[in-house]
Design a binder for this molecule. Structure first.
Ligand code: PQ2
Ligand code: NAD
Length: 198
């Protein structure tokens, strides 16, 4: 079983072992969410160079095969090599060091797994099939991206304001106001906020 949580990873060191497509996908997301990432792999695919340009001091490369010494100071580890044996060794080392680990070719060896993510600043949606069919998570993400497109940063900031005013001044009709707010487009939502502020 996996318990879903939202992790604050800013200024936390996360080690990703492996430098292929899968490692790249995981590293990109970790950087987008503010993590500091150490990539350990004798070889990396070219796409990592773009991440280095964009995230500079937040990404470090160690061009070596996996060694336990590279994970000792980390908060999380992702084992994303193409070798079953190495991935298993990473899982064992993490268990002995009490570091939470994700192993990309084995949910059984993983303490955590990565969901598919929609990240619209103030709205994060994560989807998981708990490993049973990751491609379905991806399909649902693409569907939901379309469905909830209007909840962008600007919309969410106004919603937060509406919520605050509602809880402070209209606590007797919270649900009615919140239901209405969610139906509006951004122009009408701004008008609605002005009315509530009167
Ligand atoms: C959601 C997403 C997030 C991400 O990676 O960031 C993610 N996998 C994605 C895509 C994807 N993965 C695979 C395919 C090819 C089709 C297929 O094989 O099904 C595709 C589709 C594609 O790439 O198009 C292959 C695959 N995946 C795993 C195994 C090993 C195994 O089954 O044991 C194998 C076989 C490897 C092999 O061939 O040997 C395992 C895991 N993959 C997970 C996450 C975790 C479960 C989360 C969940 O169930 O939702 C878990 C358990 C561990 C983990 O990685 O944390 C991301 C979509 C991101 C997006 O675009 O939205
Ligand atoms: N979880 C997922 O979403 C998902 C999706 C597809 C595949 N997979 C699994 O992930 C694995 C990796 O996939 P990929 O496409 O990135 O493979 P890949 O072959 O492109 O990359 C593997 C990487 O591992 C590195 N590596 C190999 N031995 C190493 C060692 N001893 N120490 C450090 N690094 C080492 C290689 O240098 C390479 O960069 C596959 O074997 C597959 O089983 C997982």
């Amino acid at each position: 079983m996996f318990y879903p949580i939202m992790l604050k990873i800013e200024n936390k060191l996360i080690v990703v072992v492996g430098g292929g497509q899968v490692a790249h996908r995981k590293v990109k997301k970790l950087l987008e969410f503010g993590g500091t990432v150490r990539v350990v792999s004798p070889k990396i695919i070219d796409e990592f160079k773009d991440l280095q340009k964009e995230y500079k001091e937040n990404i470090e490369f160690i061009y070596d095969i996996y060694n336990k010494k590279y994970i000792k100071d980390s908060h999380l580890v992702i084992g994303a090599t193409s070798s079953r044996n190495i991935n298993e060794e990473i899982a064992r080392d993490c268990n002995s060091l009490n570091i939470l680990v994700n192993i990309v070719d084995s949910k059984d060896d993983s303490d955590f797994i990565t969901p598919s993510i929609i990240n619209n600043d103030n709205l994060t949606i994560s989807i998981s099939t708990l490993g049973s069919f990751p491609y379905l998570s991806k399909k649902i993400r693409i569907d939901m991206e379309k469905k909830y497109k209007k909840f962008d940063k600007e919309y969410m900031i106004i919603l937060e304001e509406i919520r605050r005013i509602t809880l402070d001044n209209y606590s007797h009709k919270t649900k009615e106001i919140m239901d209405k707010a969610l139906e509006l487009d951004i122009v009408d939502l701004k008008e609605f906020l002005k009315e509530l502020e009167k």
